[in-house]
Design a protein around this ligand. Sequence first.
Ligand SMILES: [Fe+2]
Length: 316
Amino acid sequence: MARIIAGVASSHVPAIGAAIDNKQTGEPYWQRVFSGFEKSKQWMAETKPDVAIVVYNDHASAFSVEFVPTFALGCAAEFPPADEGWGPRPVPVVKGHPELAAHIAQSVILDEFDLTIVNKMEVDHGLTVPMNLLFGSPKEWPCPVIPLAVNVVLYPPPTGHRCYMLGRAIRKAVESYPEDLKVVIFGTGGMSHQISGPRAGLINSKFDKAYLDNLTKDPKKLARMEHLEYMREAGAEGIEMVMWLVMRGALDDKVDEVYRFYTVPASNTAVGHIILENRKGAARGKAKKAKTAPKTAPKIKRAAARVTHRDVLKGK
Ligand SMILES: [Fe+2]
């Protein structure tokens, strides 16, 4: 049977993609960001998932305001990189897994989550930047990917609870797929950031770090958080973090946090990243022994770097 062995959450800041594409990763500003993902790439190379489910949001690339599905599952055989205004990113075409995607669609829809099925779709930085951060820049992506696009750009986005429960349904779907597959699920977006308006540039590190803590230890508390709290504490675009709860819902209640990284700023955004492994499951393979994947919580490796910290809510 297929099983979800781990979850990864990562920001998907578009400027990170531009830094990769323009070969600026070695510059001091960007080195601070990319260095935080070196252990993650090692973990991913050792984990070797057979399939990745990437929960992300489209930024008016595949969808426009004329058509905004709340949850859209990519069931196609491939997903080309989208032209986001500067031509498509020079990254490989994302190969899908139509069989598993169709199985997930059937299971989840019959579980009363009304997904939109997408049989043709281009994918933007929301999906490709986390892929680069975890897989590097290979000629071909090392595993098939099932994209799950979530609307977090046009009000109303789904609630955190809905996202969390969708993760539960996805897990059930994966575990009823007969082929023996190791699946890693990504939640992308966030962390605190606001692009426009009087609070543009908002970063709230205190909120972000508490969010990371609760993602590991108390995700149900996060699932109860209302949209207004995301907006107030993490900025208008901080609502992207509800997508992390799809990932978390697909994991065990108790997980091992094997890696965390947080840095500010990258562009005008806080960058957060975490890797969580299910405790049970023999399918972890070499990752179980990996230096970057210790089994117990006290051995958690954390990396943190900071240049500036603008917590605009401080004192409010
Ligand atoms: Fe985004």
